[in-house]
Design a protein around this ligand. Structure first.
Ligand code: FES
Ligand SMILES: [Fe+2]
Length: 378
């Protein structure tokens, strides 16, 4: 069971080319994407209403799509325009198009009631359009439930352990004890309108060599990580001269204070089926902060970390499937994931979608393993 009335990332815009049919599975539904001759992206159910052959195995004829089983043809609005050797045909031979928006390098699809699709509710990932950044992008397919990947992105306490050799490794030549500064003035995760936000300062951070040179030693690192419905992660990590955290009272740095470095990452978790998920990710350091080569190096580390997540989460999924109905234990770091689960469950109930709690142990009826998990989340 998936939240329907929401915008899912269907893919990078570059995945869809005029003349191609692209079959995808999104939130349990097979969808076929194609671009019309004028470039406009279109999404229809990937199921011919006749005998349910996948239309992604069909043929584009200009802006029209012919099912290549028995030849029934549809226009981009889903109307049937031809049934071979038959003059009149049933109005049931039609398809309901999905609302699609191309924004911030991604194709977004609305899987619910079309009349409710409001493009203004698409999360702001406009960083992806910033020409002043050196973007790297990628994607991975998980054989795992999407909630496990959301849990992972909502609980970065795993970074120091799962990613000890990648993201958490000290900069080259730095001693182990200098790898991080001290946390200060951070939030443990708080509910924002459409998700959960972590905002933190780390003072006395040695950072990477390029930052050390700019900062003349250590700097203060500010990070703000938003994880919003249905699974979009927007993180910004910026280094400021030492003392900045205190000057702004450990709050959000004012826009007119120039950071020494500034990296953003937009990521998206899109469920395909109950046990498969597509994960889109990016990294965007400013061009003024890093050379192409340095950006490549950062990307190699991040990519290795994403592989570490994949390996662990798929293994975790395997264990979960061997122990249906058993309970998991709670630690404080689960608060963020619990808040997000609660929000998703509330939205699903509101639209009438049955709430399937996953992992199944985190129930009954609520999204938490124990009642205090919900209280802690509120
Ligand atoms: S299944 Fe598509 S035309 Fe028959
Ligand atoms: Fe991770």
């Amino acid at each position: 069971m998936f939240l329907k009335n929401t915008w899912y990332v269907a893919g990078w815009l570059t995945e869809f080319e005029v003349g191609d049919l692209a079959g995808r599975t999104i939130a349990g539904e097979p969808v076929v994407f194609f671009r019309k001759q004028d470039g406009k992206l279109t999404a229809l159910p990937d199921r011919c209403p006749h005998r349910w052959a996948p239309l992604s195995k069909g043929r584009l004829e200009g802006d029209e799509l012919r099912c290549m089983y028995h030849g029934v043809k549809f226009d981009a609005e889903g109307n049937c325009v031809e049934v071979p050797a038959q003059e009149k045909f049933s109005p049931q031979l039609c398809l309901q198009p999905y609302p699609v928006v191309e924004r911030h390098q991604w194709a977004w699809i609305w899987m619910g009631e079309p009349a409710l699709a409001d493009p203004s509710t698409i999360p702001d990932c406009s960083y992806l359009d910033d020409p002043a950044r050196r973007f790297k992008t990628g994607q991975l397919d998980y054989e795992a439930h999407h909630a496990l990947i959301s849990d992972n992105l909502l609980d970065l306490s795993h970074v120091g352990f799962l990613h000890e050799k990648t993201l958490a490794a000290p900069p080259e030549g730095e001693p182990e004890d200098k790898k991080t500064g001290q946390s200060a003035g951070g939030s443990a995760g708080k509910r924002i309108e459409t998700g959960v936000r972590y905002e933190n300062w780390r003072v006395g951070d040695f950072g990477r060599a390029v930052i050390q040179a700019k900062a003349g030693g250590t700097g203060d690192v500010w990070s703000r990580l938003d994880y919003v419905v249905p699974g979009v992660f927007i993180s910004r990590v910026a280094t400021y001269p030492a003392g900045t955290a205190e000057q702004c009272n450990f709050g959000t740095p004012p826009a007119d204070v120039e950071p020494l470095s500034d990296n953003i990452s937009c990521q998206a978790v899109t469920p395909m089926t109950e046990r498969s998920t597509r994960y889109f990710f990016s990294s965007g350091p400013r061009k003024v902060d890093v050379t192409d080569e340095e950006a490549e190096g950062m990307w190699a580390v991040a990519s290795a970390a994403f592989d570490e997540d994949l390996d662990m989460i798929e293994a975790q999924q395997g264990i979960i499937d061997h122990h249906p109905g058993e309970r998991m234990a709670w630690i404080d770091a689960d608060k963020g994931p619990a808040m997000f689960r609660q929000l998703m469950a509330d939205l699903m109930r509101k639209e009438g979608t049955p709430v399937e709690v996953f992992p199944p142990s985190r129930s009954p009826g609520v999204t938490a393993a124990r009642p205090d998990m919900v209280e802690a989340a509120e």
